[in-house]
Design a protein around this ligand. Structure first.
Ligand code: KG4
Ligand code: ZN
Length: 366
């Protein structure tokens, strides 16, 4: 809705809020929220404005730092967040045409994730909010992934199903409304992203393995190898991906190590993952009667998975929703948005902030 002009400040529950007058002459509250993401190997910063949407976002990826180790080294990750976070906040505020004194709240990832990395974002976010006398809120990283598609033009209506596929988690969730989540299924061992990364390593591909294995699979022959679709032969919605990695290892060891063979293995691996998700999502749709599916988290950037799930949702006369590719992987925008929803509903962290490396999504409420 268009706005005629800026209003003043008022205090609600001890918080400063700004007012604008909308075109119908109604007083409207609006908010600008800074989002900070440091749960793993990406420093992500963004500013979300409740009226104009996303004002700006920046990301610093530590991939080059961790590449030579073939995975994230937690201590290096924390130290690099410390180096990057303040310059990145300043840059993002500038690029968003805003400043510290225009912010109404600060949201930071409080968990789940790497303890040291989380502590950087929580400490900086909470201290900044304290110094600016504005509220702060600790955001659940997987809830933020789940809500990332809400930053797009076409969004689902509640309730819907969400398939969250990241480097650390694989969750199939019944989303009733924001903050009301029921986990229908999850991985009993490796997360989907972890399976991509480990299998990529076996194939000699660089970290992170997801995008590399996906590109290699494009050149592979889907008829040459057939990998199992784990846990699809029994009822239920849980996943297991560690066996696929072992299957890939056995195939690598028993075949010639040429480029085509590696592409064929990548293809069999990707086909197995995509097929497994299609089977489980179809089952979840049947079980719940829901026909909207949100797919989010790093692996939702995967081309083959996106195509497979779009086809499935068309078949059931439903619709699949994804974040834009840059918001599939970790970013500050989803944190700013999820934080905005929580601040709007009156939640705020006390000064005694906490980082929660383990934090079940079902423990949330709003
Ligand atoms: O959500 P995310 O950025 O971080 C976590 O919260 O873990 O997810 C990272 C994971 C990595 O395992 C990475 O290999 C995977 O997402 N990934 C992909 C693709 N892009 C990132 N996996 C498959 N295909 C992709 N295109
Ligand atoms: Zn993530």
């Amino acid at each position: 809705m268009g706005l005629l002009g800026k209003g003043g400040h008022f205090s609600e529950n001890g918080r400063n809020c700004k007012l604008r007058i909308d075109i119908l002459g109604k007083l409207q509250r609006f908010m600008q929220v800074l989002g900070i993401e440091t749960s793993c190997d990406e420093t992500g910063i963004a500013v979300y404005d409740s009226e104009s949407g996303l004002l700006g976002h920046s990301l610093f990826s530590q991939i080059d730092l961790h590449k030579e180790y073939g995975g994230v080294v937690p201590e290096l990750a924390s130290r690099d967040h410390v180096r990057r976070i303040l310059p990145l906040i300043k840059k993002t505020l500038d690029e968003s045409n805003t400043s510290f004194n225009k912010l109404d709240a600060i949201a930071y990832t409080a968990g789940p994730g790497l303890m040291g990395a989380l502590l950087v974002g929580t400490a900086v976010g909470r201290s900044l909010a304290f110094s600016l006398s504005i509220p702060a809120v600790g955001v659940h990283h997987m809830e933020a992934h789940l809500l990332a598609p809400m930053l797009e033009d076409t969004v689902p209506d509640y309730p819907f199903l969400a398939l969250l596929v990241s480097g650390g988690h694989t969750l199939l969730v019944h989303v009733n409304v924001v903050g009301d989540y029921k986990v229908l299924g999850e991985s009993v061992d490796d997360a989907a992203g972890e399976a991509f990364d480990k299998t990529a390593k076996l194939l000699g591909l660089p970290y992170p393995g997801g995008p590399a294995i996906s590109a290699l699979a494009e050149k592979g022959d889907s008829e040459r190898f057939h990998f199992p679709r784990p846990m699809t032969d029994r009822p239920g919605l849980d996943f297991s991906f560690s066996g696929l990695k072992t299957h890939a290892l056995n195939t690598v060891n028993s075949e010639a190590n040429d480029e085509q063979t590696r592409a064929d293995i990548a293809r069999a691996f990707v086909d197995a993952i995509v097929d497994t998700f299609i089977i489980k999502c179809r089952r979840a749709i049947k079980q719940t009667g829901l026909n909207q599916l949100v797919v989010a988290g790093g692996v939702s950037a995967n081309k083959q998975l996106r195509e497979g799930l779009i086809t499935l949702m068309n078949e059931v006369n439903g619709k699949a929703f994804f974040p834009r590719p840059e918001f599939c992987t970790d970013n500050g925008a989803m944190i700013a948005y999820a934080g905005y929803l929580r601040i709007k509903s009156g939640q705020a962290e006390s000064l005694n902030f906490q980082a929660r490396p383990r934090w079940p999504i079902e423990a949330l409420n709003l």
